[in-house]
Ligand binder design. Structure first.
Ligand code: CP
Ligand code: NVA
Length: 330
């Protein structure tokens, strides 16, 4: 039986049990059905939430806004620089003020410690919309997308290619471990996840009958893979100077046709987005001019192929964030 998550914050998956994840996935499916059938579900009418963003966002912000409005809540968005937080007011004071006005707080920013501190003082649920270490709301959407595609999670082989110690990769390793999915971080050893987190993931995976593997050989890592997942090579908050080193380190880890062909014939491609798969962005064009790359972590061919489920995955952010808010606020 899933625990009652009412009143809980959602800061990282490590704070939860596998049956909590199962409960959130089932709840997400229910909300997706309600949305698809146009059935009103203003279950949290009268409540209000505030969204604090210290880094930019499309999917996470819009998911929280639409999900909040669908649930009947009032939604306030505060962008970087438009609140006193950090500059003139401490995190603890900001949390106590917002906690008096709002029923829930979303935070996207830099340190994990900061979101944990907000939660400690707010007195209302705090949801982590991405920190440098973790991106837990993304995980419920990713698991839902995989389960919708294959009909199950346990026993699938999941391979993350790229910067395997970034927020998304860290969270995916724990998400896979908690759901019995075999996780492989396919990366140069410099970009393997931290040993301490790998240890924790392995303990969880063992209980679910799955494995956590670190592998630098692309062919070995991707043979028999059911899910190929990647993320941008330089994350928000990292300095621009790092692009050159990252491109050198990660070019062999691009998800391209050869990688997809080496995977299971039914394999799918996933990406949390945004993605540099062409030159149609400001940064994409700058990288092309400086380094001559017209695509980075994934080729346009794979991104646009029928194996790619990236837009279903993006849609699922909204249904799953709705489930997380409902479960913790109801
Ligand atoms: N995947 C994700 O979190 O996207 P945004 O940065 O647009 O929110
Ligand atoms: N690793 C990326 C994820 C964006 C959703 C970043 O932090 O920029």
């Amino acid at each position: 039986m899933a625990k009652n998550l009412s009143g809980r914050s959602f800061l990282k998956l490590l704070d939860f049990e596998p049956n909590d994840v199962r409960y959130l996935l089932d709840l997400s499916k229910d909300f997706k059905n309600l949305k698809r059938t146009g059935t009103p579900h203003r279950h949290l009418q009268g409540k209000n939430i505030v969204l604090l963003f210290e880094k930019t966002s499309t999917r996470t912000r819009c998911s929280f806004e639409v999900a909040g409005m669908d649930l009947g809540m009032g939604v306030t968005y505060l962008d970087p620089g438009s609140s006193q937080m950090g500059k003139k007011e401490s995190i603890a004071d900001t949390a106590r003020v917002l906690g008096k006005m709002y029923d829930g707080i979303e935070y996207r920013g830099f340190s994990q410690q900061l979101v944990e501190e907000l939660a400690k003082y707010a007195g209302v649920p705090v949801w982590n919309g991405l920190t440098d270490d973790f991106h837990p709301t993304q995980m419920i959407a990713d698991l839902l997308t995989i389960e919708e595609h294959f009909g199950h999670l346990k026993g699938l082989n999941f391979v993350f290619m790229g910067d395997a110690r970034n927020n998304v990769a860290n969270s995916l390793m724990i998400a896979c471990a908690m759901t019995g999915v075999n996780f492989t971080a396919c990366a140069p050893s410099e970009l393997f996840p931290k040993a301490e987190l790998v240890e924790k993931a392995r303990e969880i995976a063992k209980r679910q009958g799955s494995t956590v593997t670190l592998e630098s050989d692309v062919k070995k890592a991707t043979t028999g893979a059911h899910v190929l997942y990647t993320d941008i090579w330089v994350s928000m908050g990292e300095p621009d100077e790092i692009w050159e080193t990252r491109i050198k380190l990660l070019s062999p880890y691009q998800v391209n046709k050869a990688v997809m062909d080496n995977a299971d014939p039914e394999a799918i491609f996933m990406h949390c987005l945004p993605s540099f798969h062409d030159r149609k962005t400001v940064i994409g064009e700058q990288i092309y001019e400086k380094f001559g790359l017209k695509e980075m972590e994934v080729t346009d061919e794979v991104f646009e192929s029928d194996k790619s489920v990236v837009f279903e995955e993006a849609e699922n952010r909204m249904h799953t964030i709705k489930a997380i808010m409902y479960a913790t606020l109801k």
